[in-house]
Design a protein around this ligand. Structure first.
Ligand code: KIV
Ligand code: ZN
Length: 383
């Protein structure tokens, strides 16, 4: 039996923390509706105490969206939790996400608390949050650099206090997949009450490991993943939603987990988030980049035209992308050029095609890409 992995989307909170991004309430609502259609389980709609705009966003999404959990972030402070409780009031399924740091770096140089003091503050935050909702998630900021023995103590105490989801953030993107997997596995195996909570991966991409770490966390036993569309977020960003859910689908043999995500909507939501945030998706981005299904070299074009599976592990239509493209460049071979000409409705004798192909190579040497207009001109002029 495959296990369900819950998709916690934080595009509107951690994603919106990307430098230069600011979404207004209506834009957040539009993305919120798209996330519901996509099938995410939880939408982290904002950090209510951080600004009146964030409060309004959390409360508007709580009122307007149904069939999804709406989550508000708080520090482990009374005023934050009360504010989140208020903003989440209209939600069908409200969740408060509270917590504080667990690494010695954060305890000593940011929070200026001892381990015991921080543990007590965290437990009290969970107890207060429980007065507003049963669904309380606890985050242990900078878990990736923390002493696992202290992490185990915190997890046990906050579960006893009522937290039902435990977030294990690699806040600084410091860990490697085997370490992050061991961290999650270690928590589940060493904390006596770990069976009473769901463990959540929240990874940042400072070393380019966010997706790999999140997937490793799932192998280690986590059953919630915190992700953003296009991987947007603080600094180098967060784990990309589309990468994780597509990995689960393509490597079902390996993960044997399911999600509620409608993969065919991934491309549309990627474009929507890119448009509203103004953050371009890099062309070679996994799953949703413009080049993800484009083949340029002759060897690859020949292979794909013989059998797509030679070079394409993801069928573009699976994620709502346009069908694979054969890009004509100076590296393209005869097979690719003949294929594009056939798509345009042309077929030629071998001799004529050979002359057109020679003309194609001359044009290709002068341009980055040979277009259909260029091909048409060759067909008209090379007899
Ligand atoms: O990266 C992080 O630690 C966070 C927490 C606030 C959940 O975003
Ligand atoms: Zn984060």
């Amino acid at each position: 039996m495959e296990d369900r992995v819950y998709i916690f989307d934080t595009t509107l909170r951690d994603g919106e923390q990307s430098p230069g991004v600011a979404l207004n309430v209506m834009e957040k609502l539009e993305i919120g509706h798209a996330l519901v259609d996509l099938g995410v389980d939880v939408i982290e709609a904002g950090f209510p105490i951080s600004s009146p705009g964030d409060f309004e966003s959390v409360s508007t999404l709580s009122r307007e969206l149904r069939g999804v959990t709406i989550c508000g972030l708080t520090r482990a402070k009374r005023e934050d939790i009360e504010c989140a409780g208020e903003a989440l009031k209209p939600a069908e399924r409200p969740r408060i996400h509270t917590g504080l740091g667990v690494s010695d770096q954060h305890l000593e140089h940011k929070l200026r608390m001892s381990r015991d003091q921080a543990l007590e503050v965290g437990v009290n935050a969970v107890k207060l949050a429980k007065q507003f909702t049963d669904d309380v998630e606890y985050f242990m900021e900078d878990s990736g650099r923390a002493d696992p023995q202290y992490v185990y103590r915190v997890v046990e105490a906050v579960i006893d206090a009522g937290a039902t989801v435990i977030n294990v953030p690699d806040t600084t993107g410091y860990t490697f997949p085997t370490e992050y997997m061991a961290l999650i596995r270690g928590i589940i195996e060493n904390v006596p009450n770990s069976d009473k909570a769901t463990f959540s991966c929240h990874c940042h991409n400072d070393l380019g490991m966010a997706t790999a770490n999140t997937l490793a966390g799932v192998v280690g036993g986590a059953r919630q993943v915190e992700v953003t569309v296009n991987g947007i977020g603080e600094r180098a960003g967060n784990t990309a939603l589309e990468e994780v859910v597509t990995a689960f689908a393509i490597r079902k043999d390996f993960f044997n987990v399911s999600t509620n995500i409608k993969l065919a909507k991934l491309m549309d939501i990627s474009r929507l988030v890119s448009r509203l945030t103004g953050m371009m998706v890099q062309r070679n981005k996994a799953v949703v980049g413009a080049n993800a299904y484009a083949h340029s070299s002759g060897i690859h074009q020949d292979g794909v035209l013989k059998d797509r599976l030679n070079y394409e592990i993801i069928a573009p239509e699976l994620v709502g992308a346009a069908r694979s493209e054969i890009i004509l460049t100076a590296r393209s071979g005869r097979h690719g050029v003949k294929h594009r000409l056939a798509e345009m409705g042309f077929s030629f004798t071998d001799d004529r095609f050979e002359r057109i192909y020679e003309g194609f190579l001359r044009v290709a040497d002068t341009k980055k890409e040979v277009t259909e207009d260029d091909l048409k001109e060759l067909v008209d002029t090379v007899k």
